[in-house]
Design a protein around this ligand. Sequence first.
Ligand SMILES: [Zn+2]
Length: 114
Amino acid sequence: MKIITRQIEADEAPASFEKQYGRDRDGKKWINGRTRDETIDALNALPKPVNADEVDRIIGNDSWTRVPTCDDCGKCSLDAVMQLGQEPDWESCTAHICHACLKAALDTIEKATP
Ligand SMILES: [Zn+2]
């Protein structure tokens, strides 16, 4: 179980981005006009707490700071979700659930159990 907010995503983005893509092997420019090394160095140079808008600007999109869509109600642009289940992977059983859906689930299970 893990909470995900835009700030948490931004704080984790430099290390997560470097872990996923690694250092440059080919020196190609990305869509953001930087090489991978330049992107990683720019992310690592950001002061803490990391500014999510700066992460988006450096990478060229908001995919590294976006809070996942709720897997129950389908709402997006949420402030926070809880990640439940296994660590995300290709075949993991993972759900991202918003506050309203968590409350509804708790209410339901509390009414159904003595
Ligand atoms: Zn929801």
